[in-house]
Design a binder for this molecule. Structure first.
Ligand SMILES: Cc1ncc(COP(=O)(O)O)c(C=O)c1O
Length: 433
């Protein structure tokens, strides 16, 4: 093992033992190479003659750049063309940390790490898996989950996705199946990895505040029983909650200071929150009652080490654009406009379903209150056949997942919502068995 990795592990053993025990073999071995090339580059910084950087410069010392590109973006060339640090742009990391704290008041005075920038959430989840998940491990999660988890966790790291039934029953007023989650958390073995994604893809469900309190209590009970628990929160759709009962804050806020045996790992980012799907900017942030400041920064080093070993560093242009937007006086107003647009579509979907009780003969909505999506369960027949029929006869595209149809109302103009559900009803009737 590289001595720099051992150094980080020694810090974690003393100042964050649960985090150390939860690390995978790869996670134990990874480190951010502060010595070597990076250190030599820092030594050379600011020198009259600096021939240390793997970038090309103009004769005036600014980044060598091609004018058709430079003309497109109104930012200093250093914020566009140069490499960003593997940890991410420092100011962006600080702004994002401040935002996490502001948007999650229940964090109170709990300490959280400085977010490390990832190539959006997919990569953040992959970094979390690299650090913590071994082949023999299971990840516990509700059975309605984002399908890409299979590639990120199972195919890449050989981890088993161990699911529990998501809802308490099959009705649209069902709640989150906390009992199912508890059974798996309390099952044999001391290392537990729990993955929570609220608002959820595909269902568009977020637990209400009482359910979230119950989830937190269950995690605490399992920790008190001696389980070492890593909770990964996939907060891709954070903030898009459309009613007052539903929990707005991330579970991360309640786990950051819960118990010495609990380590919380928040994966979030600008992709959906700031409507920049193609930018590829996400963050991974750690917290835990048993983790000192030094332990948190050891985890940051390990995460940044994996970033360096996978993508080297994230797009500087995308990070700079976001930082600029976050400091813009129009940012909050624009975020509100986007939220209102999506909330209005959510309400139109709800109204449409209420207006047409006959739709329930063909499909029943699962609970939904947040995010980009809602799902309906096909009552008579096959969701894939319904999807095909919608394409062929109604010029309408949706996603079929097992016996569910997922509707991304986030992407539908308000004027098409009524027609979509009418088409869905007709397509279901057409293919009804
Ligand atoms: C639940 C969930 N997590 C993560 C992601 C990935 O987001 P990103 O595009 O930032 O990688 C998605 C994207 O659809 C998602 O639905």
């Amino acid at each position: 093992m590289n001595p720099q990795a051992s150094e980080l592990n020694e810090i974690l053993k003393k100042e964050g033992p649960a985090a150390y025990e939860l690390l995978s073999e790869l996670g134990k071995n990874i480190f951010f190479p502060r010595k070597g090339l990076v250190a030599q580059g820092l030594d050379a910084k600011g020198r009259k003659i600096n021939a240390s950087i793997g970038e090309a410069k103009e004769d005036d010392g600014s980044p060598l750049r091609l004018s058709p590109l430079a003309e497109l973006v109104n930012l200093p060339p250093e914020d566009i063309f140069s490499y960003a640090p593997s940890f991410g742009k420092p100011d962006l990391r600080d702004v994002w940390k401040k935002k996490i704290i502001e948007k999650n008041p229940s964090l109170g005075s709990a300490e959280i790490s400085r977010p490390v920038v990832t190539n959006a959430l997919t990569h953040g989840l992959s970094v979390a898996a690299y650090l913590f998940a071994d082949k023999k491990d299971q990840i516990i999660l509700p059975h309605y989950y984002w399908g890409n988890y299979r590639l990120i966790f199972s195919e890449a790291y050989g981890v088993e996705l161990k699911t529990f039934e998501t809802f308490t029953d099959q009705t649209s007023s069902a709640g989150f199946n906390t009992a199912g989650m508890k059974d798996l958390l309390m099952s044999g073995g001391s290392k537990k990895i729990l993955l929570l994604n609220f608002p959820n893809n595909p269902t568009g469900y977020t637990p209400d505040k009482d359910e979230l309190a119950e989830i937190t209590d269950i995690i605490k009970t399992a920790a008190e029983a001696g389980k070492k628990i890593l909770v990964i929160t996939d907060d891709a759709y954070f903030g898009l909650v459309y009613d007052n009962k539903t929990a707005v804050e991330s579970p991360f806020a309640f786990l950051a200071d819960l118990h010495e045996n609990v380590v919380a790992c928040k994966v979030d980012g600008a992709t959906k929150e700031d409507y920049v799907w193609g930018f590829r900017v996400g963050f991974i942030t750690f917290a835990g009652k048993g983790l000192s400041t030094k332990a948190l920064s050891a985890l940051e080093d390990k995460a940044a080490g994996r970033v360096r070993g996978s993508i080297s560093n994230d797009s500087h242009l995308a990070q700079s654009l976001l930082l600029k937007a976050y400091n813009s006086p129009d940012y909050s107003k624009e975020k509100q406009r986007a939220y209102n647009l999506l909330k209005n579509r959510f309400e139109l979907v709800k109204n449409e379903l209420e207006k047409h009780p006959e739709y329930e003969k063909e499909f029943k909505p699962l609970p939904f209150n947040s995010g980009y999506f809602m799902c309906v369960k096909i009552e008579n027949g096959n969701a894939e056949a319904v999807r095909q029929r919608l394409l062929d006869a109604y010029d309408t595209g949706v996603i079929a997942l097992g016996d569910l149809i997922r509707v991304a109302y986030s992407s539908l103009p308000a004027s098409q919502i009524s027609e979509l559900f009418a088409n869905l009803y007709s397509a279901c009737s057409d293919v009804s068995e």
